[in-house]
Ligand binder design. Structure first.
Ligand code: ACO
Length: 425
């Protein structure tokens, strides 16, 4: 990013003490989606490069980013150059958000300022609580979240405010409020009273506080914090791309985040973590693992939580998560779940490593979320809660150097077909 994303937001935020020094901004102005020069003024028409057909866009670079770097062959993921394993071990979600939005680690005062600004935005309007009350208790949580993220825009007077600065303020609100939406939708469908956010807690602690109505242990909050760090950003994945496509039309950030939540929901993307847990439940015991997995492989069915469009080596997010999942499974009496997962991994790797199929981040996050007491159908919402920071960061990057995203389709239909009157068909 060309500018210091969060510092610009904090500069004007009421929760940030004025004595905190903030660096000078070097923000580029919002670029228009129109071309830099008017083609009609040119004497020689530009010859467009011949388009290439790249189904799934796996070989297409469609944007630049300074947030995350992936080497799928070597199994490397870095946020702003810092290895994901180090961040998972030593960072916090708030610090990671600062890193992604400012492309540098914060000092202590900057981290306090961000945390305080986020905390002051945890609460959602009363009208949104009323809206949650109106939802069917059978609603799929990702449907509820998509609707609620969109509804937040109805209550933000800046929802359609132009420009990068306003988008940054909206980004802060979206990251802060999403946990409140998810936790309180879950309480509503469980017949429990709403729990308002606690502005003295960090994001992970606050989420579990609202979800369960009691303060989590430090170990449980840390478990969630690690998952939030690992899911925060991941290059131009499907939901991030969808968000960038939406913001590139110069729509608003709430619309872009609604697009992203809808895209994440699919089982080939964020929905896979739920499918992993469903699979583990279906298998049920260690003795049944081998037959279950072999049967799926023979039928050429997908094993959820394995494979990745970019990683053809072990997903680096899964490396630390596996260690972490073992620890939390042991601590919470769920070791059987971890051992079943490990056995599935052994069988799939033995059969599919030559095709570059290894566990992805969703595989061990399923065990981790389960051990944190989070219901299976909330897993994808947890992913969205974390990725909200990456999506927003990408949208700001897109706005800083915008160009309408508009690929072409290869037409495979007929030409010159006759129009036949309805009565003659
Ligand atoms: N289980 C078994 N076989 C698999 C799996 C899997 N999970 N994933 C890929 N394969 C097989 C394919 O069938 C293919 O076999 P073939 O060569 O005999 O046809 C081969 O491995 C190569 O796979 P591709 O189809 O090229 O992989 P692609 O990049 O298109 O798909 C995807 C990646 C969609 C993630 C796929 O691996 C998948 O569906 N995985 C399961 C769902 C999942 O876990 N999604 C989460 C991804 S991570 C994320 O979004 C956070």
């Amino acid at each position: 990013m060309q500018c210091s994303f969060l510092e610009a937001v904090l500069r004007n935020h009421p929760a940030v003490p004025s004595q905190i020094p903030l660096p000078t901004l070097t923000m580029s102005s919002l670029a228009s989606s129109a071309p830099a020069t008017n083609p009609s003024m040119s004497t020689t028409p530009a010859t467009p490069a011949a388009p290439i057909f790249d189904k799934g866009l796996g070989n297409t670079i469609a944007a630049t980013t300074q947030m995350s770097f992936i080497d799928g062959g070597k199994g490397v993921l870095e946020y702003v150059g810092i290895d994901i394993d180090s961040l998972a071990r030593y960072s916090t979600y708030e610090e990671t958000v600062f890193l992604l939005w400012n492309t540098k680690l914060p000092d202590a005062a900057q981290l306090r300022a961000l945390s305080s600004a986020l905390q002051s935005e945890y609460e959602i309007p009363d009208a949104i609580y009323d809206m949650i009350r109106s939802f069917p208790t059978t609603a799929v949580p990702m449907h509820a979240l998509r609707t609620l993220v969109s509804a937040l825009g109805l209550h933000d007077v800046e929802a359609d405010a132009d420009g990068i600065e306003a988008s940054k303020r909206k980004a802060l609100r979206l990251v802060a409020k999403t946990p409140t939406l998810i936790a309180n939708f879950d309480r509503h469908r469980s017949g429990k009273a709403f729990v308002r956010p606690n502005p003295s807690f960090d994001i992970a602690t606050n989420f579990l506080w609202m979800l369960n109505g009691e303060k989590p242990t430090a170990a449980m909050a840390r478990g969630l914090d690690v998952c939030l760090i690992l899911h925060a950003d991941h290059g131009l994945n499907a939901s991030t791309f969808a968000a960038r496509v939406t913001i590139a039309t110069l729509s608003d950030l709430y619309s872009a985040m609604t697009t992203a939540v809808g895209t994440l929901k699919g089982p080939l993307h964020g929905g896979a973590n739920e499918e992993v847990m469903i699979m583990l439940d279906e298998i049920g015991s260690m003795e049944k693992v081998e037959a279950f997995v072999q049967d799926k492989l023979e039928r050429k069915e997908l094993i959820m939580g394995f494979g990745h469009r970019v990683y053809k080596a072990y997903d680096p997010r899964a490396t630390y998560l596996k260690t972490f999942a073992k620890q939390i499974a042991t601590d919470t009496g769920n070791l059987k779940l971890f051992e079943m997962s490990q056995k599935i991994e052994e069988i799939v790797i033995a059969a599919k490593a030559d095709k570059g199929i290894f566990p992805n981040v969703d595989f061990y996050s399923a065990t981790t979320y389960h051990c944190l007491g989070i219901k299976t159908d909330l897993f994808t919402c947890m992913f969205a809660m974390s990725r909200m920071s990456g999506w927003c960061g990408h949208c700001i990057e897109q706005l800083e150097d915008n160009r309408l995203i508009r690929p072409q389709a290869k037409y495979t239909g007929p030409h010159g077909a006759a129009y036949v009157e309805l009565s003659k068909r």
